[in-house]
Write a protein that binds this ligand. Structure first.
Ligand code: NAG
Ligand code: NAG
Ligand code: NAG
Ligand code: NAG
Ligand code: NAG
Ligand code: NAG
Length: 724
């Protein structure tokens, strides 16, 4: 009881005490309260009231009976997972099995917040036993087996104590046996044990996994490896043997061999076995080839070729010298039985027939007509033996050999040929040759002593050697002349090549080629040579392979004049036109334009290099060169304006004087070194203008007098007009 409650009780007592004397006649309520009730103030504060104590129900005065708190249900009064226990005037709560009170007391009243919580049984290790796993449940737990363990004595889930069940390690027992394999290693028989297999002998791994694992279900996972039986393929081919029988191609198959035809067994095993490694073992037998020995010797024959002495060797025979094949086969073959077969040929002796008849000889003795018979000859009457053998022998080819004796008639001294000498001779043959400086065109150079005793003379003719092309010259800068030196009627083929060059025109080359066939002795060939060119001309006489060269130079020719049209102008600056075609002399040609004042009789000398000296001959106004133009700068046509006041080739193209008449003359000039050739053409006439007309209306006599004045006037006017 704390102090406040104590104070309340004190106050209450004082109040009771104070009230009692004040209302002595009023019932003492509190004294009537039931023993298990309390006396309390009324709510309105006037008077007292009895109330049953906590845990009791009643009117507070006559009865206060115990209240059964549990009757409303333990869940409501005690909370979840509880049992409710009523006591006199009170109650208490307990947790159901599998739960524990949150205040850890065995009994409780939930008014302090105590409640029942689930107990985690699994926190206690080993509850479920080895190999098991514990699972906490609401108010309970259960056990099940871990992977690799299996429930024993019961079923899952279980509680060991309750069910008597437990977990035991899985055991797969012996690993399985797999076809065509053997077990290599195994780590045990329990869960996760591994068994490793390999292919059995004679088998090879093809695919799949070669290990098996003990599963949680207590079964070995079957290995899925596939082993295939080894296949050795076709039995080996062994030299000199043939396969007799074979039982197959797989492991342990057997192949039996025998020696090939023409071979005999010598040593070793004749079978081969397919091994586990896929290879045939054996055979190691040795077969030796049959040997027939030396080929047989056959009458009248000789062996020609022999390929050997072993099986199938062939010996070819030919008839012996002096014998010829008649019939039968000429070859022998070594058989498998070691014997030569054949030959069955028949050879007959050669017969040469009658001995030959030989010129200038007669036969003396003859021993027969067959092979190796001999006939002896002697020279005929009137002939003498010179050389050779006088006997003839019947040869193996059926022909008489010889005699090669020479019986000759005598011819006398060596024949003589002009300008020749004897190069070589014996008694019957002379070889001639020409002396130095002479040669032979044709004919035989051999003289032979004939069988009639007369020399057959050589036909050789010796002629003095001269070059085939003689006296070569050039006529008129155009035609080649030469003399041919050759054998009478022979046709000579001449090849003429020429090349022209010019010092003044490096790029210029005039090449040409001609050929000529002729029997003539005097020859002429005209070429189209260009002017002012140095030519080198070669002539080759092809059959005599002789070449000679001549050089020549062509002279300067008059250049061609351009085409101009003569015109007359009344303007002081006339434009003239010319047309030309390109010329091979362009690099050394030029045009000169002359202005020739027209005064009385015109005299113009085209050939003079400059016409300056002409002025002295005429009293009148002198002609002059007003322009000089290189032809190479002129295209196919050219316009030229006289008197335009410009310089052309160093000459001043002076304006023409008004009032005067002029001739314009064009001169084409070619000049090379000191030579100069020119040709001239009258190009135009220029007539004087207005005031000259005035002057010209005067009489001729007055004109002469006025010349000086007019000249001055013209000069003045020209000057005046230029100024304005
Ligand atoms: C091969 O061997 C078999 C068995 O060994 C034997 O009977 C046979 O005669 C032999 N053949 C030859 C050709 O060696
Ligand atoms: C002379 O020589 C010719 C050619 O070599 C020859 O055929 C001939 O037999 C020879 N004559 C003599 C008698 O030596
Ligand atoms: C020709 O050759 C001579 C000598 O070499 C030379 O002086 C001359 O200029 C040449 N003429 C021409 C047109 O090239
Ligand atoms: C040719 O040129 C040579 C110099 O190379 C000279 O001596 C000769 O006179 C010239 N002949 C002619 C025809 O121009
Ligand atoms: C020259 O003049 C004529 C007429 O005026 C013209 O047709 C021609 O093209 C000119 N020629 C040249 C090369 O200038
Ligand atoms: C008369 C009577 O009922 N008295 C009871 C009051 O309460 C106590 C316990 O709290 C009981 O033991 C009495 O019997």
């Amino acid at each position: 009881m704390d102090k406040r409650n104590g104070a309340m009780i004190v106050v209450f007592l004082l109040f009771v005490i104070a009230e009692v004397p004040a209302e002595g006649h009023i019932l003492d309520v509190c004294a009537t309260c039931h023993i298990n009730a309390t006396c309390d103030d009324k709510f309105d504060g006037h008077g007292k009231v009895c109330n049953c104590m906590y845990g009791f129900v009643g009117n507070g005065r006559t009865f206060c009976l115990d209240k059964d708190e549990c009757q409303i249900g333990s869940n409501k009064i005690c909370g979840q997972h509880t049992t409710c226990h009523n006591t006199y005037g009170s109650y208490y709560c307990k947790c159901l099995s599998g739960y524990s009170p949150s205040n850890s007391m065995a009994i409780f009243i939930p008014n302090d917040g105590t409640h029942c919580r689930d107990v985690d049984e699994c926190r206690a290790t080993g509850l479920c036993g080895e190999g098991a796993q514990c699972r906490n449940l609401e108010g309970s737990f259960d056990c099940s087996c871990q992977l690799g363990y299996k429930v024993h004595n019961g079923a899952e889930p279980f509680q060991p104590d309750r069910d008597g069940a437990s977990c035991k390690l899985v055991d797969c027992g012996q690993p399985p046996s797999v076809e065509d394999t053997v077990l290599l290693t195994v780590t045990g028989t329990t869960y996760r044990s591994v068994a490793v297999f390999v292919c059995d002998e004679g088998f090879v791994w093809r695919s799949g996994d070669n290990s098996s694992v003990c599963g949680a279900d207590g079964l070995w996972k079957k290995p899925n490896m596939v082993c295939e039986v080894v296949d050795c393929g076709q039995p080996p081919s062994v030299e000199d043997t043939v396969l007799l029988t074979v039982t197959g191609t797989t492991y342990r198959s057997v192949a039996v061999f025998v020696c090939d035809e023409g071979f005999v067994w010598r040593s070793g095993d004749n079978s081969s076995v397919c091994g586990a490694d896929g290879l045939w073992k054996g055979p190691n037998m040795v077969c030796e080839v049959v040997d027939c020995g030396q080929p047989p010797s056959v009458e009248d024959t000789v062996p020609l070729t022999v390929t050997g002495t072993t099986y199938r060797s062939v010996a070819v025979f030919v008839c012996d010298e002096g014998f010829v094949w008649r019939n039968g086969d000429n070859s022998s073959v070594c058989g498998a039985d070691g014997l030569w077969k054949g030959p069955n040929m028949v050879c007959e002796v050669v017969d040469c027939g009658q001995p030959p008849s030989v010129e200038d000889t007669v036969p003396l003795t003859v021993t027969g007509t067959t092979y190796r018979s001999v006939a002896v000859f002697v020279c005929d009457e009137g002939f003498v033996w010179r050389s050779g053998d006088n006997s003839s022998v019947c040869g193996a080819d059926g022909l008489w050999k010889g005699p090669n004796m020479v019986c000759e008639a005598e011819c006398g001294p060596v024949p003589f040929l002009a300008k020749s000498e004897v190069f070589w001779h014996n008694r019957s043959v002379v070889i001639h040759r020409c002396v130095d400086g002479y040669h032979s065109w044709r004919g035989s150079n051999v003289s032979v002593c004939g069988s009639n005793g007369v020399w057959q003379r050589a036909t050789l003719r010796c002629i003095a050697i001269k070059p085939p092309v003689n006296h070569l010259s050039v006529l008129n800068e155009k035609c080649l002349h030469w003399r041919a030196e050759k054998y009478e009627e022979d046709t000579e083929v001449y090849k003429v090549t020429y090349i022209g060059s010019r010092d003044y025109e490096r790029s210029f080359h005039d090449r040409g080629k001609r050929s000529l066939n002729s029997k003539a002795e005097q020859l002429e060939l005209c070429l189209n040579l260009l002017p002012v060119t140095n030519y080198s001309i070669s002539i080759t006489a092809l059959s005599s392979r002789f070449t000679t060269t001549i050089t020549t130079n062509t002279s300067l020719t008059v250049p061609p004049l351009p085409v101009v049209y003569y015109r007359e102008f009344e303007t002081p600056e006339p434009t003239l036109m010319l047309r030309r075609s390109p010329n091979t002399l362009d690099p050394i040609s030029l045009y000169q334009v002359f202005v020739h004042p027209l005064d009385g009789i015109m005299m113009f000398d085209c050939s003079s290099p400059t016409s300056s000296d002409i002025s002295s001959k005429t009293k009148s106004w002198t002609e002059y060169i007003t322009a000089q133009i290189d032809v190479k700068h002129v295209g196919t046509e050219m316009n030229f304006t006289v008197g335009d006041g410009l310089y052309y080739g160093g000459f001043f193209n002076a304006p023409l004087e008004n009032g005067r008449n002029y001739y314009i003359i064009l001169r084409a000039v070619s000049q090379w070194k000191l030579a100069l050739k020119g040709s001239c053409v009258l190009w135009a006439k220029v007539k004087g203008t207005s005031y000259v007309l005035m002057v010209s209306s005067l009489s001729a006599a007055a004109l002469i007098g006025l010349v000086a004045m007019v000249t001055l006037g013209a000069y003045f006017f020209t000057w005046f007009f230029k100024r304005t």
